[in-house]
Write a protein that binds this ligand. Structure first.
Ligand SMILES: Nc1ncnc2c1ncn2[C@@H]1O[C@H](COP(=O)(O)OP(=O)(O)OP(=O)(O)O)[C@@H](O)[C@H]1O
Ligand SMILES: [Mg+2]
Length: 246
């Protein structure tokens, strides 16, 4: 049984159907990427999994439990954390206080352990622990947002565009951290990314969404070699360049 299994998920916003009956799964230990153009329904899918947006129909199974329409707090307790688009850190709180907020279902001891692990993953956050989060750089805020989502030691982490707005060198740091999260925290990851090549390079599988539907579901390797996907999402670079980069 997969760790996460989403079946026939639909999300409507009034008359707008953002997600039109999609199926996807994440196995334990996997990093899976969800690709798609702006407005394809990626963020809506992640939000619906944790019931921040109410699915209009479908079924979401997680770790053997039916979590469809469960309160978000219960879904977090079941083991799903999310670091959503826009980062949503508390700007007038320090880095350390933000990390504490991430542990709202954890004991004091678990939070301490979680913060130590977060500092190992992102050493810069330790240096910035007393700094107001609103004054951190974009990359540091992104790291804080991911680190905060890890304090509860989730089984599954949902990441919405972790590389958005970051410089290329920092993007690589963030992706290296995502691999460490899988390997060292034993956390599976469902990743939404526009940076398709880098995301697929660390993923086992990927899905491509278009207008609320999944149009391609394949291994990351096949997606990286698929001409259609390359043109739509990887900028259509030459094969030689692709081989050099992957
Ligand atoms: N709260 C909302 N109310 C109404 N429509 C919404 C709302 N949120 C999203 N939508 C619409 O649903 C569709 C899917 O949006 P969504 O944010 O899921 O796309 P996305 O794939 O994450 O796009 P992006 O890459 O730009 O982040 C879009 O047409 C969007 O305008
Ligand atoms: Mg989005």
């Amino acid at each position: 049984m997969p760790l996460l299994e989403v079946s026939d998920l639909r999300v409507n916003y009034g008359a707008i159907t953002a997600v039109q009956g999609i199926d996807l799964f994440v196995e334990k230990g996997e990093i899976v990427t969800l690709l798609g153009a702006n407005g394809a329904g990626k963020s809506s899918t992640l939000s619906a999994i944790v019931n921040l947006v109410k699915p209009s129909s479908g079924k979401i199974m997680f770790d053997g439990q039916d979590i469809t329409w469960k309160p978000t707090a219960n879904i977090v307790e079941a083991g799903i954390s999310q670091a959503m688009e826009g980062r949503q850190i508390f700007p007038r709180m320090t880095t350390l206080e933000n990390l504490h907020m991430g542990g709202y279902i954890s004991t004091k001891e678990e939070i301490e352990v979680g913060i130590e692990r977060a500092y190992e993953l992102f050493p810069i956050l330790k240096e910035r622990s007393k700094q107001m989060a609103g004054t951190l750089s974009g990359g540091e805020q992104q790291m804080l947002s991911i680190a905060r989502a890890l304090i509860n030691n989730p089984k599954l982490l949902l990441l919405d565009e972790p590389s958005l707005g970051l410089a290329p060198m920092i993007i690589q740091d963030v992706f290296n951290a995502i691999v460490s999260i899988r390997d060292e925290f034993d956390t599976s990851i469902l990743l939404v990314e526009q940076n398709a090549r880098v995301a697929l390079a660390i993923s086992s599988r990927g899905y491509v969404m278009e207008k609320g539907k999944i149009v391609i579901a394949s291994t990351a390797e096949k997606l990286l070699n698929d001409e259609k996907v390359i043109h739509a999402y990887l900028g259509g670079e030459s094969k030689a360049l692709r081989e050099e980069l992957t």
